[in-house]
Design a binder for this molecule. Structure first.
Ligand code: ADP
Length: 273
């Protein structure tokens, strides 16, 4: 580069440094590319319900102006499309908020058992609507992990909601939390629905990726849920594993490190929950 050419030979960066700098540049380009792709995809996703809304408004102003039955039907569809836009915007904002914090490790210790219990309770009405039973297998004692309470609720919510929505043919969902000997803990959500074909598994956490099967077509979703989950877990240094076979349901499990290992001051007593 011109900067290194201008320096005296002795001060030139070592080849190792150059390699790292070039790799950083490639990584930077890749991130920039991802960002522009994301903006393009997000605009496209928002434009579809918007076009539908505009179309119905024009129809209601014109040909369907005096048609009472059509008006009711169209208004219901319009409300649906407006709700879809709201869900997309909420998820897009959520993702960008989490990305801003990508390199900051959460500092507080929270009780994951309380978070999972709270989330399962909040999703009870959806489970009932879909005729699904949620079986909770949680330890009585607190399960401390170092994390952001709201973000961990979002993780539990997305995984349990997906199991309910896409696993509904299996009629039940198992939600478990298991402390491991070394202070780590594993949170898992298992359903017995149609499962996921292997070619989709590595792509599930991509933004806007949805598997084109019957359940995804009937269930509302933005395709951003698992991308949000992945981003939150990366920041938490937690690992997501997906185990699924077509026809045999799916199991999403998350392994959290011991809160002690993430601790800067060794303080494990504070549970902010
Ligand atoms: P959304 O649910 O908004 O579509 P997600 O990112 O949460 O987006 O999920 C992406 C896709 O992964 C879903 O559309 C669905 O096709 C598939 N998927 C997620 N969870 C499951 C599951 N438990 N069983 C089968 N397919 C699933």
């Amino acid at each position: 580069t011109s900067a290194s050419a201008a320096r005296p030979a002795s001060a030139r960066p070592a080849p190792d440094f150059l390699l790292v700098a070039l790799r950083d540049l490639t990584e930077q380009r890749r991130l920039e590319r991802m960002r522009t792709d994301f903006v393009a995809n997000a605009s496209h996703e928002l434009r579809t319900p918007l076009a539908s809304l505009t179309g119905f408004i024009e129809t209601l102003q014109g040909p369907a102006r005096d048609d009472e039955a059509a008006r009711e039907r169209f208004l219901a569809i319009m409300l649906d499309q407006a709700n879809r836009m709201r869900r997309l915007i909420d998820d897009i904002l959520s993702l960008s908020r989490i990305e801003l914090k990508a390199h900051v490790r959460p500092d507080t210790v929270v009780d994951l058992a309380a978070i999972v219990r709270h989330t399962a309770d909040a999703l009870a009405p959806l489970a009932a609507d879909l005729g699904m039973a949620v079986e909770l297998d949680l330890p009585d004692a607190a399960v401390p992990v170092r994390g952001d309470r709201d973000e961990l609720i979002q993780v539990a919510e997305n995984l349990i909601e997906n199991a309910l929505k896409y696993g509904s043919t299996g009629r039940r969902v198992e939600v478990a939390l298991r402390p491991e000997g070394d202070g780590a803990s594993v949170f898992s959500v298992r359903d017995f629905g149609e499962g996921i074909a292997p070619e989709h598994l590595p792509r599930l956490t991509e933004r806007f990726y949805r598997v084109d099967v019957a359940s995804s077509r009937t269930m509302k979703g933005t395709g951003l849920g698992l991308a949000i989950v992945k981003h939150i877990l990366t920041r938490h240094r937690a690992r997501l594993e997906i185990d699924s076979r077509p026809g045999a349901g799916a199991c999403f499990s998350v392994r959290f490190q011991s809160p002690g290992k993430l601790s800067r001051n060794g303080n494990m007593t504070e549970i902010d929950n």
